[in-house]
Ligand binder design. Structure first.
Ligand code: SAH
Length: 339
């Protein structure tokens, strides 16, 4: 059921009264090619302000507290109700044991959610969603479904993993059909394994619907194949969350530099310069083709191509920030450019 009506092509849209689920509204509009103006007001909470700033920084909306309704073709009062407070009304003992489905939602465009993933979203009693999940797909959720956003805004509020695990177990133990909707694939830096283990330890049936990982999809959407015959015989996906100089880093960057494989780095924006320097120090050519693909599949998708040595600066200059995937290797230049 769509809460956000189809908007005429080319119309300017103003969203008023943004609530705790405004990200769903904004993503539903983005899926229609619309970047709305959102007008916060005195009723807007700090948590919603933080979400709005994050969505604005990602190019999904324009914030304007002074926006005039007369200036917009369509005015949408944010249609989603408040987030449930987490206390189901009934204290009846569970009639059945529910289940948890870990759904990999793909890189963000709802079109890249699998058919099985969408079916799970449509039948769910409870949806527990990440910030980078395809939130526009929630338009297809049941109107009475409980939706809980647990996504972490960088440097902002987040729900600790233990609390997410507990929420999944609690709702399923009440007999509910729970979908954990994530970005990309749940088992690629998605903490899906931790949630799986929490369910199994509590006797909750758990299944996984694999997703289209951004590690492959974001490069593909930018015209970069992660393998290409005669150029590379494989690819490595690695987290750049902690840089090579960090004592917590367990990655052998020297081995990667010598591997001859395409390197795909996730969560690596902040450590990009450091990582490139480390690869060069271990013998990788500073001229190796490299690219950063941000917001893959979403309206703000952007690509920056440079040499390995120049990528961090080029990304900074172009304002390309997270979420982004970095690709290093000859594959970056493998495809003929379309006219
Ligand atoms: N499970 C996810 C990855 C989670 S880690 C997957 O399989 O895709 C989060 C990182 O994924 C981000 O920091 C970024 O590196 C990458 N990412 C997720 N969505 C992205 C997108 N739409 N475009 C580019 N990178 C993305």
């Amino acid at each position: 059921m769509s809460l956000v009506l189809p908007v005429p092509a080319g119309a300017s849209v103003l969203v008023t009264r943004p609530g705790p689920r405004v990200a769903e509204t904004v993503h539903a509009l983005a899926a229609q090619g619309v970047r709305p103006v959102v007008r916060p007001d005195a009723t807007t909470s700090d948590a919603v302000h933080a979400q709005l700033r994050d969505l604005a920084a990602r190019g999904l909306l324009t914030l304007d507290p002074q926006a005039d309704a007369d200036g917009a073709d369509v005015v949408v009062r944010d249609p989603h109700g408040p987030v449930a407070d987490g206390t189901p009304e009934s204290t009846e003992p569970p009639a059945r044991v529910g289940r948890v489905t870990l759904v990999g939602g793909g890189p963000g465009d709802p079109g890249l959610l699998t058919v099985a993933g969408l079916a799970a979203v449509e039948r769910a009693d409870v949806l527990v969603c990440d910030r980078l999940a395809p939130l526009a797909a929630l338009e297809r959720a049941r109107p009475d479904a409980e939706v809980v956003h647990v996504g972490k805004i960088p440097r902002g509020a987040f729900t600790p993993q233990e609390a997410i695990d507990a929420l999944l177990v609690d709702r399923a133990a009440r007999g509910l059909d729970v979908v954990r909707l994530k970005g990309g694939d749940s088992f690629v830096f998605g903490r899906g394994g931790e949630e799986w283990n929490a369910c199994v330890r509590h006797g909750i049936p758990v299944t996984v619907v694999p997703g289209v990982t951004s590690a492959v999809a974001a490069p593909a959407l930018a015209g970069i194949p992660v393998t290409h015959r005669a150029l590379t015989q494989g690819f490595v996906v690695v987290s750049g969350h902690v840089g090579p100089g960090d004592p917590r880093s367990a990655v052998d960057w020297g081995a990667l530099a010598r591997s001859g494989l395409t390197l795909v780095v996730l969560m690596g924006n902040a450590t990009l310069g450091e990582t490139a320097a480390e690869l060069v120090r271990h013998g990788m050519s500073p001229d190796t083709p490299a690219a950063c693909v941000a917001e893959g599949s979403l309206p703000g998708q952007r690509t920056v191509r440079a040499t390995l040595a120049g990528l961090a600066e080029a990304a900074l200059a172009a304002g390309v920030g997270p979420p982004a995937v970095t690709v290093v290797g000859a594959v970056v230049d493998a495809l003929e450019q379309r006219p």
